[in-house]
Design a protein around this ligand. Structure first.
Ligand SMILES: Nc1ncnc2c1ncn2[C@@H]1O[C@H](COP(=O)(O)OP(=O)(O)O)[C@@H](O)[C@H]1O
Ligand SMILES: [Mg+2]
Length: 247
């Protein structure tokens, strides 16, 4: 087991957004999380990475046991060194080039020499097919290219797990495929990932396990066939028929 969450709860004022999440991820596993908007999926990922602090619950990540409500500074830094996140809106630095966006986590997060960081960043850029764009600024790149740089920025850290938060939902439809291809390639290389997505065909095609998340809870999980072809929970059935996508 690479990652285990136990009973994670998160409340914003009087709004309980996470109602006791239990989740395990094995090494090399791709877990897709699907579910309606506003149900707490982003909040869950942000809690795993300590961009938010949970009210209660615990996490075991590799050999570390962490109280999610009271993580130490060292635990937060350690977690972020071994985990990366890819955001819905890319979150690239606008005043840094593609290459700098990727190398900067190595230089500042891992104290790597700039020259070494740049050469690793070039390898990561090459893997997403954008080495020729290394000196471009985000504003000079399409959304799809920006997100692929977001993916390269995650992979260059060689993380144990990558958390993806609806990585294609801000993209024009014709650019979605390029990003999904990079993600599929990562999955095939054995990268462990949790992917919040509305791309049901990607979930079916790539995920080892699919979780249906609604109202702050995981209501159902199983392999793609179970969730998409034989959902048991009425909320899952309702969600799948409402999106009425071909998956
Ligand atoms: N920083 C925050 N402060 C207050 N409420 C928040 C915050 N972040 C998320 N929420 C609330 O938590 C709920 C779940 O949001 P979110 O995790 O973004 O859902 P999803 O990603 O499934 O669409 C929403 O009601 C949202 O308004
Ligand atoms: Mg979200």
């Amino acid at each position: 087991m690479l990652l285990e969450l136990r009973d994670i709860e998160k409340t914003f004022k009087d709004n309980q957004v996470l109602k006791g999440i239990d989740l395990t991820v094995e090494q090399g596993e791709v877990v897709a999380i699907i579910g309606p908007s506003g149900s707490g999926k982003t909040t869950l990922l942000r809690n795993i990475n300590f961009l938010e602090t949970a009210n209660s619950g615990s996490m075991t990540f590799r050999d570390q046991n962490i109280d999610m409500a009271r993580p130490s500074k060292e635990q937060i830094l350690w977690t972020r060194r071994h985990m990366a996140m890819v955001f819905q809106n890319y979150n690239l630095f606008k005043n840094k080039t593609a290459l700098e966006n990727i190398s900067e986590g190595l230089v500042f997060g891992q104290n790597m020499a700039k020259k070494e960081a740049d050469s690793l960043a070039e390898i990561a850029l090459d893997q997403v097919g954008l080495l020729d764009k290394k000196d471009f600024y985000p504003s000079q790149l399409s959304g799809g290219q920006q997100q692929r740089i977001g993916i390269a920025r995650a992979t260059v850290l060689n993380p144990d797990i990558i958390l993806f938060d609806e990585p294609t939902s801000a993209l024009d439809p014709e650019l979605v495929g390029t990003v999904l291809r990079d993600m599929k390639q990562l999955a095939e290389q054995g990268q462990t990932m949790i992917v919040v997505t509305h791309q049901m065909s990607f979930a079916r095609d790539v995920a080892d396990r699919v979780m249906f998340f609604a109202d702050g809870e995981i209501l159902e999980q199983g392999d793609a066939d179970e969730i998409f072809d034989h959902p048991k929970n009425d909320r899952t059935k309702q969600f799948l028929s409402a999106i009425a996508e071909d998956y």
